[in-house]
Design a protein around this ligand. Structure first.
Ligand code: SF4
Length: 260
């Protein structure tokens, strides 16, 4: 990996412009990624819970089990006994907690919104975000995944890959808070500079097949957040691993010059 400098003085001023350039470069290289690969809003929610601390391939196995048992629905998760649910989501790890947390979500939805995702997602973003964050087992990444990918609310999802990439590029420090990163990226991607290129179709290497949820109607802003997050995940998966493969990575040209 190329050596990089970390200059706190330049981080904030650089980050907005750089993030926009990263987004453009990745879109031009790969194009839209068709994330999130799900057939319903509830499937996205289940996936957002199950993907905590595990690889997506393990989530896919658990989702497939739920589908096979015909319980991948609000009604299904509401009615299935907890023990049985734990067994079905076992492949995703921390399965006891995750099964309990899914049940807690259903209780929240039933109590607060009469079991209606439409009513829940009709709430203002910040209000709903605060309610989700108050639920057991829901941190910012899970809440924002649910808001963006299931509810089409315009919030950017900051995950471990986002942190790792921005930190390796000297745009954030190890202690930069989730909210700060989220707001910086949202400002960069929502800015006037972002509008003219809309969702570029130049790259044609989607990571996932088109799904009902990836094709869902959303605002341009939410679509930008969707695309950038999924592109970041791809960089993290393919290149920015514990041992980074900078020489092959589409973001290599953005690494800070060590002598700057
Ligand atoms: S692998 Fe890519 S994103 Fe990660 S540090 Fe290297 S160039 Fe940057």
């Amino acid at each position: 990996m190329t050596q990089i400098t970390r200059s706190p003085d330049h981080r904030i001023t650089r980050s907005r412009k750089d993030v926009l350039h990263y987004y453009r470069a990745l879109l031009a290289r790969w194009g839209p990624q068709n994330w999130w690969p799900a057939q319903s809003r509830f499937e996205v929610i289940v996936g957002a819970y199950l993907t905590q601390n595990t690889a997506w391939t393990n989530v896919e196995k658990a989702i497939a089990q739920l589908r096979r048992e015909h319980v991948l629905s609000l009604k299904g998760i509401r009615e299935i006994p907890l023990r049985k649910l734990q067994t079905l989501v076992r492949s995703s790890g921390y399965f006891r907690q995750k099964a309990c947390n899914l049940k807690t979500f259903i209780t929240f939805l039933d109590t607060k919104y009469g079991g209606s995702l439409d009513r829940m997602f009709a709430q203002p973003t910040e209000k709903l975000r605060a309610e989700l964050l108050a639920l057991k087992g829901v941190g910012p990444e899970t809440a924002d995944s649910i808001l963006l990918y299931a509810g089409n609310h315009p919030v950017f999802v900051v995950d471990a890959y986002t942190r790792r990439i921005l930190e390796r590029h000297g745009l954030i420090g190890p202690k930069t808070k989730y909210e700060e990163i989220r707001l910086r990226i949202e400002q960069a991607i929502s800015g006037a500079e972002a509008r003219p290129f809309r969702i570029l179709q130049a790259g044609t290497e989607p990571r996932h097949p088109v799904s009902r949820m990836s094709r869902g109607k959303r605002t341009e802003r939410a679509q930008h957040y969707n695309e950038f997050h999924s592109l970041i995940v791809r960089v993290g998966n393919q290149y920015c691993r514990s041992k980074p493969k900078c020489e092959e990575c589409p973001l290599q040209s953005f690494l800070p010059n060590p002598s700057a």
